[in-house]
Design a protein around this ligand. Structure first.
Ligand code: C5P
Length: 300
C-alpha cells in the first residue's frame, strides 16, 4: 500500500473533574469524553524517513519538529514493531490547535492507525491503545471515539452508552491555551482558596442524561473543573459563554482546557441558529456546528 488516509474526530469533555495533583505532575481525573464531528485527516505515504506536513487553518501554529505528536506517534509505533520505518504524514487540520478539543491527540491517533496500515503491521487495537496512552492522556480516546469515561490521567477508558445524537456549537478562539498552564492555574487557585480537593467522582445524572439522550438534562449537568482556570487566563470567554446561554444554549462550557467554548443545542436547526447568533452579536468570530458521538480514528 503506498498511501492511506485516516479521519479522526475532536472531543469535548462533558464532565471534567480534576482530583489532587499527583507526584508525577499529573492529576487523577474523571474525564467524560465525547467525540464530535469536527475531523482532522492524516494521510501516510511510503517514504524513507518519518516527516510531517500540516495544512489547513491554524497549520502555522503546529510544531513540525520532534514535539509534533504525529511524528512521535509514528516513531513510537516503529519502535514497538522493532524496525526502522518511514512515512510522509500529511495532516489536514480542522480541529483547533491548542483549543481544548484534543487536536494534537487526534493527529497522534491518526498517525498510529495510518502507519499500522501503511507498514502492514496488523497490530491489534489494544496495542495501539497502549502506545497511545504513553503519547498523551487524551490520545487513547481519539482512537476509541464515541463517549467514554477516562480515569487515571484520563487514559484508562470505559465506554458509556448514549441514547441519541447531541448537537453542539463550538466558538473557536484566536490563539490557543497551553494545557499544562491551565492545570497549573487550577492548582494555583486551589492553593489560594485553601479548599480541600476531593477525589473526583462520575456524575450519576450526567450518565443518565447521556444514556437517555436527554439534551436538556445533559446541558444542566455539564461540568468542567478547569473552566475557572481557563477563564482566569482568558477573561473574555465569560462573555462568550453568557451570550450562548442568552441565545438558548442548554449548556455552555469551556471545552477541556480551552479556549474553545462548547454550547449544547436542542437539535441541528437550533445549533445552526445558535452559531449564527454568536457570530452576529460579535460574541464569537468563528463558530462550528457539530454532532456527537462519532467514531474514533477511522481508516477511509
Ligand atoms: O498527557 P498530556 O501530555 O496531554 O498532558 C499535558 C499536560 O496537562 C501535562 O503535562 C499536565 O501538566 C497536564 N495534565 C494533568 N493531569 C492530567 C492530564 C494532563 O495535570 N490528568
Amino acid at each position: 500500500m503506498s498511501s492511506v488516509t485516516v479521519r479522526v474526530p475532536a472531543k469535548v469533555n462533558v464532565q471534567l473533574s480534576v482530583g489532587p495533583l499527583r507526584e508525577d505532575g499529573y492529576h487523577d481525573l474523571v474525564n467524560v469524553f465525547h467525540a464530535v464531528s469536527i475531523f482532522d485527516e492524516v494521510v501516510a505515504k511510503e517514504a524513507e524517513s518519518i516527516t510531517v506536513t500540516v495544512n489547513g487553518r491554524w497549520s502555522d501554529q503546529v510544531p513540525l519538529d520532534d514535539d509534533n505528536l504525529a511524528i512521535r506517534a509514528a516513531r513510537a509505533l516503529a519502535k514497538h514493531a522493532g524496525r526502522s520505518y518511514g512515512a510522509d504524514l500529511i495532516i489536514q487540520k480542522a480541529i483547533p490547535v491548542a483549543g481544548g478539543m484534543a487536536g494534537g491527540s487526534a493527529d497522534a491517533a491518526g498517525a498510529l492507525v495510518a502507519c499500522n496500515e501503511l507498514w502492514g503491521l496488523g497490530l491489534p487495537f489494544e496495542d495501539l491503545m497502549e502506545i497511545a496512552g504513553d503519547l498523551g492522556s487524551d490520545v487513547p480516546f481519539s482512537l476509541l471515539g464515541g463517549t467514554a469515561v477516562g480515569t487515571g490521567r484520563g487514559e484508562q477508558l470505559s465506554e458509556l452508552p448514549t441514547g441519541g445524537t447531541f448537537h453542539w456549537v463550538f466558538a473557536l478562539a484566536d490563539g490557543g491555551l497551553s494545557t499544562a498552564k491551565v492545570y497549573a492555574e487550577c492548582d494555583r487557585q486551589r492553593e489560594v482558596s485553601g479548599a480541600r480537593v476531593s477525589w473526583p467522582e462520575l456524575s450519576a445524572p450526567l450518565i443518565e442524561a447521556l444514556g437517555t439522550g436527554d439534551a436538556y438534562a445533559l446541558g444542566a449537568h455539564l461540568s468542567n473543573d478547569l473552566q475557572a482556570a481557563a477563564l482566569a487566563l482568558r477573561p473574555e470567554l465569560a462573555a462568550t459563554l453568557d451570550s450562548g446561554r442568552q441565545h438558548g444554549a442548554l449548556g455552555a462550557i469551556v471545552s477541556g482546557s480551552g479556549p474553545t467554548c462548547a454550547f449544547l443545542a436542542i437539535d441541528a436547526t437550533h445549533a445552526r441558529d445558535l452559531a449564527d447568533s454568536l457570530t452576529a452579536t460579535g460574541a464569537a468570530t468563528t463558530t462550528v456546528a457539530a454532532h456527537g458521538p462519532v467514531t474514533g480514528a477511522t481508516l477511509l
